[in-house]
Design a protein around this ligand. Structure first.
Ligand SMILES: O=C(O)CCC(=O)C(=O)O
Length: 274
């Protein structure tokens, strides 16, 4: 695990002691398919991001649009959580300048660079608020089929705004399952081989504190339990890929293509107009 000691910070500038060992992070990620980076965002940074997180939630819930992104299907029925809630929007950087800056956070990108190399592209971000007592779970799944890329470099980094304990429905993973590659997408019916072989109950809970970032590959089998605690779980998941990768033809998922570090080698005059 990496820790970041903030040596000093000036407005707009934070200098980290580089306790971080790129090789150690890459090795752990390649072995396990996930990596929990501790204390990437400072408590002052999280305080500001938390305020804007709440503003985003207030704005989307008062818009009259559907904001509950809970899944349906037999697995949700089995857990008895058909009426659970997870508030969601894509692309927090389009609401808040503080969140837009968070995408370029040095410590965050340092860990991403250890995994992806020097060129890092933002695919999209997504906010999840799992309310206390009735927060929706996510059945076990891989992410690749939502936005398959040519080189399969896609990873997620979950920025923890609140803490996330297992009782609050933190992420659960099966370490090493990124090595399985692309499994059939039958999990969408939620009655699949993945669910039978990799039950949510037996997955490893990855508990985290505010400011921690949990990185995982889009092949890593993951999910999360309901939030039955009395605390709200708040996260922003940032989907990133390497600068020489791009998603496959015909994928319709929101795609920001922002060059967060280095260069986007795949951008074209036409594609940046998406
Ligand atoms: O945040 C969570 O609990 C799970 C999210 C997830 O599985 C996903 O977005 O693919």
């Amino acid at each position: 695990m990496t820790t970041f000691d903030s040596l000093y910070s000036l407005p707009g500038l934070r200098v980290y002691s580089r306790i971080m060992d790129f090789a150690e992070i890459r090795e752990a990620f390649e072995r396990d398919g996930y990596y929990l980076a501790k204390g990437v965002f400072s408590s002052e940074e999280i305080e500001g991001l938390d305020k804007d997180f709440d503003r985003i939630v207030a704005q989307i819930t008062s818009s009259g649009e559907e904001t509950n992104a809970k899944w349906g299907g037999p697995e949700m029925e089995r857990m008895g959580v058909q009426n659970a809630v997870v508030t969601h929007t894509h692309n927090v950087q389009k609401y808040s300048a503080a969140w837009a800056r968070a995408m370029f956070h040095e410590g965050f990108l340092d860990v991403a660079e250890a995994i992806l190399g020097p060129d890092i592209v933002l695919h999209h971000s997504k906010l999840f608020q799992k309310p206390a007592e009735n927060g929706a779970p996510f059945p076990m799944h891989q992410d690749w089929d939502h936005f398959p890329t040519i080189k399969d470099t896609m990873i997620a980094g979950i920025i923890h705004v609140s803490r996330a304990t297992d009782a609050m429905g933190c992420l659960r993973v099966y370490p090493g399952t990124h090595k399985l590659g692309r499994l059939p997408i039958s999990y969408r019916s939620q009655d699949s081989e993945i669910l039978a072989k990799y039950p949510l109950e037996n997955a490893i809970p990855v508990e985290a504190e505010p400011g921690d970032v949990l990185f995982f590959h889009y092949y890593t089998i993951h999910g999360s339990m309901p939030n039955r605690s009395n605390e709200t779980r708040k996260t922003v998941l940032v989907q990133l890929h390497a600068g020489d990768d791009t998603h496959e033809e015909g994928v319709s998922h929101p795609y920001e293509r922002w060059a967060l570090r280095g260069f986007n080698h795949q951008s074209k005059r036409s594609s940046v107009n998406d």
